[in-house]
Design a protein around this ligand. Structure first.
Ligand code: PLP
Length: 454
């Protein structure tokens, strides 16, 4: 058992389940929520959290969960890290908002400099724009790429997830339902096959030869490791090959590191794993431990092409969010990247035997650092494993067609990882034990039928 921090757990182990799951208060809350909130929200399962500390989450019924989902790979330093909380409190007491779009906020420029120095941008000299969310900086990067190159077309990848606003969702191609009934989408978007060196031939043989000349393509946007698409790690030569295509044709390479960045993969940025330098790098999620902020770091010469008023935002780079980001980066740079790598190795060693033990059910175990994916044979079985983990007090999250992802905080301890691996093993054993593969563990109703995770 992991030894949980004292504020939430006291002497209790983590996880510690004291009611049926979901408990009575959670069930009542889900009914209330579903009266008032947008049904478009793709809830995975009925966890109703009220407090968090490190990797421990207490739900509304007093159950303690071990969080290996981290708010969709966001709470990089764990829930409510004392140093992040202190930075937020201090900044909130000084100044909550002023708008860096129209005025000069010291902490905004400080974070821009920090990110520009941290991101491996081609050519070295970089500047930063701060927004509020991942999708928002994806939009920003499309605008900048078109503006700076004078070209209109953008290439994304099949399986990609870049967000849900109009430009971002036009690039997204992980599930057709994200496009359903929303068209027409942004014009000038093409989707390439992802991940293999062989597939890069598509650019010369299909895109540039048959669809659009290379000198009319502004940018190629890529997740160095696909996140929502299934935690897919590309072949070794894939990203360097993309860089070469971009260089050959004057196309900008945009690395969407919104999920893979800030140490999660055991490198500060996933592109570092392949020593590739993009022209534009996008960050969000883990950058501020849960405060809403996002960054677009770009070659300075690109940003210097667009003038005042070309882009901005009322809240983007809000001082409280900037304070959380700076505190988060201090923690990440003080050892958490190494921990992500070590705990990732521990996870791989623990999960890989499942492929040989349950060859029909477990098709693949993959990932880098703390982007860990377990591929099952069907979407229904992925959902069943997710549910069986939830019943045992471990929070994981489906992704892709039939995968379960583990994306804990980078502060995860060896004990916490061992506990999670034990629970995943038990969950897989339970699902494998069912002869026909049809779940009896997932109750009927809102969470009863296999629902693909967005
Ligand atoms: C790689 C990637 N890009 C963009 C986004 C969109 O970010 P947000 O939900 O903050 O708009 C996500 C969110 O999951 C993501 O994983």
């Amino acid at each position: 058992m992991a030894h949980a921090p004292s504020r939430l757990a006291h002497a209790r182990p983590v996880p510690h389940i004291v009611t049926e799951i979901p408990g009575p208060r959670a069930r009542a809350h889900v009914a209330y929520d579903e009266t008032w909130t947008s049904p478009s929200l793709p809830r995975a399962y009925p966890i109703v959290p009220v407090r968090g500390e490190g990797l421990t989450v207490e739900d509304i019924d007093g159950n303690l969960f071990l969080d290996f989902a981290a708010g969709i790979a966001v709470t990089s330093t764990g829930h409510s890290h004392p140093k992040v909380v202190a930075a937020i409190k201090e900044q909130a007491a000084d100044l909550i908002h002023f708008s860096a779009s129209d005025f000069y906020l010291p902490i905004y420029a400080e974070l821009c400099e920090r990110l520009a120095n941290l991101a491996p941008i081609k050519g070295g000299r970089a500047r930063t724009y701060l927004g509020n969310s991942g999708a928002e900086v994806v939009e920003t990067s499309i605008k900048l790429a078109r503006y700076a190159t004078g070209r209109q077309n953008v290439v994304a990848f099949l399986g990609a997830f870049h967000g849900r606003t109009y430009g971002a969702v036009s690039l997204t191609a992980s599930k057709s339902k994200y496009h359903a009934h929303f068209g027409p989408l942004l014009p000038g978007v093409y989707h390439a096959p992802y991940g293999t060196v062989e597939s890069l031939k598509w650019f010369d043989e299909v895109l540039f030869d048959k669809l659009v000349p290379a000198n009319e393509v502004a940018a190629i946007i890529v997740e160095p490791i696909q996140g929502e698409g299934g935690y897919l790690v590309p072949e070794e030569g894939f990203l360097p090959g993309l860089r070469e295509i971009c260089d050959r044709h004057g196309i900008l390479l945009i690395a969407d590191e919104i999920q893979s960045g800030v140490g999660r993969t055991g490198a500060m940025w996933a592109v570092d794993l392949w020593d590739v330098k993009p022209d534009i790098l996008l960050t969000a999620k883990g950058i501020a431990s849960g405060m809403p902020i996002a960054g677009m770091v770009a070659r300075a010469d690109l940003l210097e092409k667009w003038g005042a008023g070309a882009h901005g935002s009322t809240y983007g780079g809000n001082p409280v969010a900037c304070a959380a980001a700076l505190a988060t980066l201090d923690l990440i740079e003080a050892g958490l990247v190494d921990n992500a790598r070590a705990r990732g190795d521990q996870a791989m060693a623990g999960l890989r035997p499942l492929v040989t033990r349950f060859p029909r059910l477990i098709r693949d175990v993959r990932g880098r650092g703390l982007m860990i994916g377990l591929e099952l044979d069907t979407a229904a079985h992925a959902e069943e494993v997710q549910w069986a983990c939830f019943q045992r007090g471990l929070l994981v999250l489906q992704c892709g067609k039939s995968a379960v992802r583990m994306s804990p905080a980078l502060t995860v301890s060896e004990d916490e990882m061992a506990t999670a691996l034990r629970i995943v093993g038990e969950a897989v054993t339970e699902v494998a034990a069912r002869t026909d593969g049809i779940s009896t563990a997932v109750p009927s109703g809102r969470f009863g039928s296999p629902r693909p995770r967005p």
